[in-house]
Ligand binder design. Structure first.
Ligand code: AGP
Length: 585
């Protein structure tokens, strides 16, 4: 999951490369680099570092490539930063070249020396090995030997040319008034292009000045239709907030509202759902937690077999016939490699597939039978907040549709209920007690999040938020399961955050809270029941029917993670080691 940018045209390349990399920074930000007319500048750290470039680089040279990195092979460093150079060849790469070691071994015997720990450097030397005087030919020959996922843009300082190739990792080519642009995702170049070409797997593009030609690995020309450009991509603005994360947490209610209002025109054709006997939700990370909510809703209301799968674990299906199953893939980015791989497997075994994404023109959108958008708006913070709420909103809508098809009474998306929900989400983001809980959590090394049923989903998402932006180790545990081992870790002053929002589990949850309190834990309870007294700190949530509480209870937990991250002086928008879309398996 790195970000690639390229430009060839009649203006200075630097401004296009810099701005494009800023918009791609969500894909990784360990290190950054550009090559303009053969001159390479690269450094460890965020894209902003490129501002240190001297004016010569900034004002001269009208063709170049750039890269913002999320390390897969080799630590974040100057040496491992892209572009990687071999002779006159410079390349940037997103993906994983699985046979790079074999290539490295062969080329080392042929006299090439490797200075980085990356897989990409092997591709650079391989292209150089085949380069006689034709960049396109060299890239074609090299790609015949590469195995794995790659989006590569290669340039040769002796030619005013760029050659791009896509295999699994996304790559888009666009043309506008000032020249030709390339990027890992459309948001980086949409406002500069009048026409866009989305490269499919195995497709190459040769950019020669303003000319673009497409071909396959056998050098057979390909005619590609230009796609119109959706110019209203959102500007990368924090709109007065100091961080994207705070802005996006505060957009949670609007995100759900916009998503559900977008479904009024009946997105899901009833015919598509006919004959479905079981439903599999499938995703990663936060999106997986949304899947778990969808599963619970369908079990409770629709009562057909429903499962939630971690995409990277969906490798050995129990059957090869999913023809009566619907797979629902939830993915904010639509580019998560694990989720895409699971989709490929589901399709291979005959499943119908529905993709729920938050970004236009994603790889998942290209392959799913039906795509439903969440309308959270662009989410820039790596830690997902408003998009998660929108995904939960989708689950409410999806359950409502299935109930309608099965003549099951259901008012989950009744306007009156939803208006109360939006207000409750907003109110949950304004609770002052969250600040004091953040102070309590600030200097902790560990935290435990407990819940039963739907509350375990909230506990899981709350724990992930805390981990990924504060680096505090935390675990979410089914409250009833804790006593079967992990309770051994609970000791005096262990921080435990408990959720109790499901009426039918109230008594059992009260019992679990007393078990951890009896062992000295410091418990903070999130609940909407003001008559519940567990003898611990209580944060009273806005009171709505239990089924809506996962959309409410998660909001103060998003804020908790945000407040602790900021108090620790961490970058809550770009946490270490992570990226917004994980395009490697
Ligand atoms: C969210 O806070 C995480 N950054 C991460 O778990 C994310 O949800 C996961 O990588 C899936 O991403 P996707 O929704 O774009 O597929």
């Amino acid at each position: 999951m790195c970000g690639i940018i390229g430009y060839c045209g009649n203006s200075a390349a630097f401004k296009f490369l810099y701005e494009g990399l800023k918009r791609l920074e969500y894909r990784g930000y360990d290190s950054v680099g550009i090559c303009i007319d053969g001159k390479v500048v690269k450094m460890k750290g965020h894209v902003d570092q490129l501002n240190k470039c001297d004016s010569k680089i900034k004002n001269s040279g009208n063709f170049g490539i750039g890269h913002t990195r999320w390390a897969t092979h080799g630590a974040p460093s100057y040496i491992n930063a892209h572009p990687h150079t071999s002779g006159y060849i410079n390349i940037v790469h997103n993906g994983i070249i699985e046979n790079y070691k074999e290539i490295k071994e062969v080329l080392t015997k042929k006299g090439y020396s490797f200075i980085s720990q990356t897989d990409t450097e092997a591709a650079a030397h391989l292209i150089n090995y085949y380069y006689k005087d034709d960049l396109k030919e060299a890239v074609l020959k090299a790609c015949k030997e590469l195995k794995g996922s790659y989006a590569i843009v290669a340039m040769c300082e002796k030619k005013n040319q760029l050659v791009a190739v896509r295999n699994e990792s996304p790559l888009i080519v666009g043309r506008g008034k000032e020249g030709v642009h390339l990027a890992s995702d459309i948001s980086a170049i949409a406002d500069k292009c009048d026409e866009l070409f989305v490269l499919d797997n195995g497709e190459f593009a040769l950019i020669n000045g303003a000319e673009i030609s497409f071909f396959d690995i056998f050098d057979k020309p390909i005619i590609k239709q230009a796609e119109t450009v959706d110019k209203d991509y959102e500007s990368v603005s924090k709109e007065g907030y100091d961080t994207f994360m705070e802005k996006e947490i505060n957009e949670g209610a609007k995100s759900v509202k916009n998503t559900l209002e977008g479904y009024r025109d009946k997105y899901l054709p009833p015919k598509f759902l006919e004959g479905i006997k079981s439903i599999y939700f499938c995703a990663c990370g936060t999106a997986y937690h949304a899947c778990c909510y969808g599963k619970k809703l369908i079990e409770r209301y629709v009562k057909i077999p429903c499962f939630s799968l971690i995409a990277s674990e969906f490798k050995e299906p129990y059957t090869t016939d999913y023809s009566q199953s619907l797979f629902v893939f939830i993915s904010q980015s639509g580019e998560t490699a694990d989720t895409l791989a699971a989709h490929t497997l589901a399709k291979k075994y005959g499943a119908k597939t529905l993709a729920v994404t938050n970004v236009s023109k994603s790889s998942l959108e290209d392959v799913a039978d039906i795509v439903i958008k969440t309308r959270a708006g662009r989410e820039y913070a790596v830690a997902s907040t408003k998009a998660y709420l929108a995904q939960l909103g989708f689950c409410l809508y999806f359950t409502q549709v299935l109930c309608g098809l099965n003549n099951i009474p259901c008012d989950l998306t009744a306007e009156e209920n939803l208006n109360k929900l939006y207000k409750a989400i907003d109110a949950a983001g304004k609770m002052s007690q969250t600040q004091s809980l953040a102070q309590i959590m600030l200097n902790n090394e560990h935290a435990y999040f407990l819940g039963r049923g739907m509350d375990f989903i909230t506990a899981s998402e709350a724990s992930l938020k805390l981990k990924e932006i504060t680096y505090i180790h935390s675990e979410a545990y089914p409250a009833g399961e804790l006593k079967h081992g992990t309770l051994a870790l609970i000791e005096k002053d262990t921080k435990v955050i408990a959720f109790l929002t499901q009426s039918e589990l109230k008594e059992k949850m009260i019992g679990n809270i007393s078990e951890v309190k009896a062992r000295g834990a410091f418990v903070t309870l999130f609940t909407q029941f003001d008559n519940v007294d567990c003898g611990c700190d209580k944060i009273l949530l806005p009171d709505l029917p239990d089924v809506y509480m996962p959309l409410i209870a998660i909001v103060p937990c998003q804020q908790l993670a945000f407040l602790v991250s900021v108090a620790k002086g961490l970058d809550c928008d770009k946490p270490r080691n992570l990226a917004k879309s994980v395009t490697v398996q």
